[in-house]
Design a protein around this ligand. Sequence first.
Ligand SMILES: NC(=O)c1ccc[n+]([C@@H]2O[C@H](COP(=O)([O-])OP(=O)(O)OC[C@H]3O[C@@H](n4cnc5c(N)ncnc54)[C@H](OP(=O)(O)O)[C@@H]3O)[C@@H](O)[C@H]2O)c1
Length: 333
Amino acid sequence: MKKIRWGILSSAKIGTEKVIPAMKQSGTGEIQALASRSHETAKKICGELGIPKSYGSYEELLADPEIDAVYNPLPNHLHVPWTIEAARSGKHVLCEKPIALDAEEATQLLEVQKETGVLIQEAFMVRDNPQWHKVCDKIQDGEIGELRAIQSAFSYMNRDPNNIRNMADIGGGGIYDIGCYPVFISRMLFGEEPLEVTALIEKDPDFKTDRLASGMMKFPSGQSSFLCSTQLVPYQRVQVFGTKKRIEVEVPFNAPNQMPCRVFLDDGSANHGRFKLIEDLPVCDQYTKQAEAFENKILSGSIDNSPLQDAISNMVIIDALYRSGNTGQLVNI
Ligand SMILES: NC(=O)c1ccc[n+]([C@@H]2O[C@H](COP(=O)([O-])OP(=O)(O)OC[C@H]3O[C@@H](n4cnc5c(N)ncnc54)[C@H](OP(=O)(O)O)[C@@H]3O)[C@@H](O)[C@H]2O)c1
């Protein structure tokens, strides 16, 4: 069976530590090459991870005719430029989140997608995790009553001035890095787009990036609020409130790959939350699931611009949250 041959742009930590090892578990893909700005670095990583070809520039990798798809985990300001280069080289692109620095920049990709016919998708691995499929099913089956509210938190502690998350000029900041997940999850669960949003943003005085943000989104059917921070105790949780029951997702975003995810269903019978574990979640690696789903779209010829439209819609909300935080105003979408 034909396999999708991947090329990886850069020695990014997310690639070397999580996504590449997970992609290697896919039955429908294989990693052909990795490029770094330093050929020494590329050679070292390829040796360690068993990748056949190393390149000392991204251009060389894109010129390789034996590569079908590119994984782009570059810093945020390079997502759109290198996704365009890759698409114009005839490669499908799985690009890390956030897809762009703003919706206007993301929209450039629509033209490129139309011109090249390749698949361009934002790497929100949570969409392929069975724990979220289970939550979506429970909402659609009406088990929690009407979905009315979502509350999320996502935080970590990172004060390293050399980390891309703390560099404002290349797309650093908490909403870009992790606030994008509550936005994505809320849009996915409501199956709607927000009508208006508001945010409180506190910036780091040195980095000038948002280090603490609280966002609220009004959807046609309810509300979603979230907290995200690059300088707080590490934590993540999502609570999904229906009119009858509540669902709690224990590790909603960086889900474990060695043990089953834990999702709890609160039956609403007591106000301290009497909940039971939803048991039948398989042990899986969400990055493998992401790679397989992407590869299968290519192999089955189901390529359209819907993943890109979704990424642009997410970016519209991120833009609006930053605008609200910077102006103190409620922003209508
Ligand atoms: N989906 C997820 O679970 C997840 C998790 C973490 C991060 N991410 C996303 O993945 C991306 C990378 O994050 P990361 O923490 O892995 O990044 P990182 O370790 O800092 O790696 C970024 C890589 O980009 C290359 N690069 C090219 N130009 C650069 C520049 N001007 N400054 C810095 N690096 C440059 C470098 O590789 P070479 O020198 O080898 O070319 C560098 O190693 C971000 O967009 C982030 O939002 C996603």
